[in-house]
Design a protein around this ligand. Structure first.
Ligand code: ADP
Ligand code: TRP
Length: 326
């Protein structure tokens, strides 16, 4: 059975982009893969300094993962801080990481340009991510397109370490592959840019019905009049709809036909998107309300997940310690 690892930072409420780009794959893969899905709480320290917000977001991401359909019987779900061996491994990896590998990472520059503090933690973020990944020997890392470079850095670091310390026959680290669903692409937010917590343009499928509808009604469109035919491919509403329902779903093809025929206003398309979201996430919304009232269950899931992850991670860390002479 192939092994899968992925994680999401608890830096704010999850949104449809996280679902379409990442979580949907986790849920689909969990029945026939060995799964390690974690909350990247240490990574979130690079972007915020509000302790209560971090605690709250961390719990919320776990609840939302479960609400979206991750099953603890199929997926080891854990918090990064509950597997401290990962940070030890990050140090070991940092000692073989050429500085210029970090200089080349684009996410540091992007995040500093967005106003995040230029800390050493932010700069070496990809080393910690490599450690998260390599620590469970995964075959596949399902992520969104924006994480491609981080997986390449992970492979470079694994190779570099193996080259420095191992004979070919007993490599310490396996090289994982990124799994990026091209067709999911990058989901746009209500302003048409990439949907992201940091752009205040996200749609949270767990919002109360009324504010959710209002949010969807705010999606920016062009000024083509109601009667005129419209190009669905160039419309943010349609792009979100297609990503959620799937390109071949009849609801998607019907909506595309209405765009092309003319006579349909954008508010009708927004209403269709609202109904789709209520339909697709109805069950998740119900589950989430239940999970919110059961903190001891969440604690148990995280304890079991961390125990399972540590069993695997401690083997890998032991190999790395041996190889370097610790
Ligand atoms: P954000 O940009 O909101 O901070 P993250 O960087 O925490 O999101 O992303 C978590 C996961 O969700 C990553 O695998 C990322 O590739 C995916 N993801 C985030 N935003 C989108 C989007 N708009 N479209 C597709 N995937 C996304
Ligand atoms: N950097 C990822 C993001 O911002 C989160 C992350 C941290 C991650 N460690 C990981 C993703 C390991 C996949 C694997 O989305």
């Amino acid at each position: 059975m192939k092994c899968v690892l992925s994680g999401i930072q608890p830096s704010g409420q999850l949104h449809l982009g996280n679902y379409a780009g990442a979580i949907r794959q986790f849920v689909q893969m969990q029945h026939d893969h060995e799964m390690y899905i974690f909350v990247a709480s240490y990574h979130a320290l690079t972007s915020g300094r509000d302790a209560d917000a971090l605690r709250g977001n961390t719990r919320q991401v776990v609840i939302d993962y479960l609400a979206f359909g991750l099953e603890p019987s199929q997926t080891n779900l854990y918090l990064q801080q509950d597997v401290p061996e990962v940070t030890e491994l990050a140090w070991i990896l940092s000692c073989v990481c050429p500085k210029n590998l970090m200089d080349k990472a684009t996410s540091y520059k992007d995040k500093v340009a967005q106003g995040l503090p230029a800390s050493v933690g932010l700069y070496t973020y990809p080393i910690l991510q490599a450690s998260d990944i390599l620590s469970v020997d995964p075959d596949l890392v399902p992520v969104g397109e924006d994480q491609r470079q981080h997986i390449e850095i992970t492979r470079d670091l694994a190779q570099k370490f193996n080259h420095c310390y191992c004979q070919e026959s007993d490599d310490v680290f396996r090289l994982p592959d990124a799994m990026i669903r091209e067709e999911a692409g990058v989901l746009p937010g209500i302003d048409g840019r990439k949907m992201s917590k940091s752009y205040d343009n996200a749609i949270d499928p767990f919002m109360d019905e009324k504010p959710l509808r209002k949010r969807i009604m705010k999606i920016v469109t062009d000024t083509t009049p109601v009667e005129a035919p419209k190009d669905p491919q160039r419309c943010t509403i349609f792009q979100i709809f297609r990503a959620l329902a799937g390109p071949d779903d009849t609801r998607t093809t019907d909506l595309a036909n209405q765009y092309r025929a003319g006579g349909m206003g954008y508010s009708n398309a927004k209403q269709a998107l609202f109904e789709l979201i209520m339909d697709l996430f109805g069950e998740a919304r119900r589950r989430r309300t239940e999970l919110m009232t059961d903190p001891s269950y969440i604690e148990k899931v995280l304890r079991d997940g961390a125990d399972a992850a540590r069993a695997k991670v401690s083997q890998v860390t032991r190999r790395a310690r041996d190889a370097v002479g610790l």
